[in-house]
Unconditional design. Structure first.
Length: 499
């Protein structure tokens, strides 16, 4: 029996695109939130058990892995999702390329590990890099059929696939940290997560790939995927280039501080957009020829993104010192200024990422690649002088300044793409900025005037107060301003998915 008949029977008969997207969106949201809650618990526990130096060493190994992955992305998954016609004939060849790539990268990491140790002047990283090479090959063995989870908006299966690896990582990393008290706990956790995801990918999807190389089909996929490759290289330089710079110039311990600050500051703000973009890309692809509908729908999506990302970032900004002291410990306090800068980089990432599915859906990934190229140049122009003078705080400022400038340039191109008036875009950002600024100032005033030193109970009380202030201000603006603050699932469904 054809796997599509089996796969189709897993979906309820009569499901409409609208129903599948709304249902899928809920599952994506659950996946991201649950993953990040468990991820935050993992970070807190491991940060207590391990030293910043351990996280820095692991960061060096992960940078070597991320470098090779970023410079070798095929973009085949995105190409398969974007294609309107039947993609089954492409799967075996795409899977074969996936495994060949994984094997080559694993060999390069095995052989080239000493070069990583020499570059960062850290010989302890050599064995870590070699072991992590196994994780690259493990990941390449995953079932190519899981691409249909996103293409067909079966996100509850994506939840099972991703979350199984998260649980395995935590189940291995935390006991290993208790026993070993070393960086190897992080490595073993990563390997366990990748191994479990490979197994689960074949359990929850019926497709069974086989080795086959079809150069014509690979070439067709790569015509779209080459821009994903270019974009992947530039995204790597933008999101990981600063890590390489910090590790080389400021040392392993400062890299540990910087990567932890980056992870905490960007975790909540970007989760919202990752949920939205993962759901909207396949749906936008089905509506790629209807620009007016894309424009109207995007404005609703941007409104929802802004009213979630800005308040979350504001909350992290005002409570970063208290969170770090209470949950991670005094040894992590040097990273607090970097958190307070990078959290606004997280907001910009969320806003920019909400645009990306539109460019991909209308078949213009080249625009993303070109914009990322210019952002990379800006970043590397600013990063050295600022880092030398202000350590990881300067690195954070370089990341933020380059992102802000490119945000406005990218907006101009995006406005032309969806044929939208600029004031419609900026209006959706202005109101959440005002609400967040007022709420943040009130929380800071409360901390200064009432609490001498915030304890864990007062920390959660401040969160509740902040949420209440944001809610009240949103209701006031909704009532008295000429601006509707009700981007509900029903709105998005009506604008995006209704046929």
């Amino acid at each position: 029996m054809n796997f599509k008949h089996i796969y189709g029977r897993l979906r309820k008969p009569g499901d409409t695109l609208s129903e599948r997207v709304v249902h899928g969106g809920i599952w994506v949201f659950i996946l991201r939130i649950v993953n990040r809650i468990f991820g935050l618990i993992r970070i807190i526990i491991l940060a207590r058990l391990l030293a910043p130096n351990d996280f820095g060493l692991f960061g060096i190994a992960m940078l070597a892995l991320a470098t090779l992955q970023g410079f070798s992305r095929t973009g085949f998954d995105q190409a398969l999702i974007q294609k309107k016609e039947d993609t089954e004939p492409y799967l075996n060849s795409a899977w074969t390329v996936q495994i060949i790539r994984g094997f080559i990268l694993a060999i390069i990491l095995l052989v080239g590990a000493p070069l990583v140790g020499i570059f960062f002047e850290e010989p302890r990283a050599i064995m870590l890099v070699r072991v992590l090479g196994a994780s690259v090959f493990l990941e390449s063995l995953k079932n190519i059929g899981i691409v249909y989870f996103q293409k067909e908006m079966e996100f509850h299966k994506q939840f099972v696939y991703q979350f199984s690896g998260t649980i395995a990582d935590i189940a291995v990393a935390i006991p290993a940290a208790l026993i070993l008290r070393s960086v190897w706990a992080l490595v073993f956790g990563l390997l366990a997560g990748n191994f479990v995801r490979v197994i689960v990918s074949y359990i929850i999807h019926p497709y069974r790939p086989s080795f086959r190389l079809d150069w014509d089909k690979n070439k067709e996929l790569f015509n779209f995927g080459r821009w994903i490759l270019g974009s992947g290289v530039l995204v790597f330089l933008i999101t990981q280039g600063d890590d390489i710079f910090v590790g080389k110039l400021l040392g392993v311990t400062m890299l540990g501080f910087y990567q932890m600050a980056y992870r905490i500051s960007n975790m909540p703000a970007t989760e919202i957009t990752h949920v939205i973009s993962q759901v909207t890309f396949p749906a936008y692809s089905k509506l790629q020829d209807d620009i007016p509908k894309l424009r109207e729908a995007y404005l609703k999506v941007l409104q929802a993104t802004s009213f979630l990302s800005f308040p979350i970032a504001g909350l992290i900004f005002v409570l970063a010192p208290d969170f770090t002291r209470i949950f991670l410990g005094e040894k992590w306090m040097p990273m607090v200024p970097a958190i307070m800068v990078l959290v606004w980089w997280g907001v910009i990432r969320s806003l920019v990422a909400s645009m990306s599915p539109i460019f991909l859906a209308v078949g213009k990934p080249n625009i993303l690649t070109k914009m990322q190229f210019f952002q990379t140049i800006l970043l590397f122009t600013l990063i050295y002088p600022l880092s030398v003078n202000y350590s990881i705080m300067g690195t954070s400022l370089a990341v933020l300044f380059s992102a802000i400038l490119m945000f406005f340039i990218r907006n101009r191109i995006f406005i032309r793409t969806i044929r939208c008036k600029s004031w419609l875009l900026y209006r959706n950002v202005f109101y959440p900025m005002i609400i967040t600024a007022i709420s943040g100032l009130l929380i800071i005033f409360t901390k200064i005037s009432i609490f001498d030193s915030v304890n864990i109970y007062q920390f959660f009380l401040l969160i509740v107060i902040f949420v209440l202030i944001v809610s009240v201000l949103s209701l006031i603006i909704d009532k008295f301003a000429i601006f509707e603050l009700k981007p509900t699932l029903r709105d998005v469904e009506r604008l995006l998915w209704k046929k």
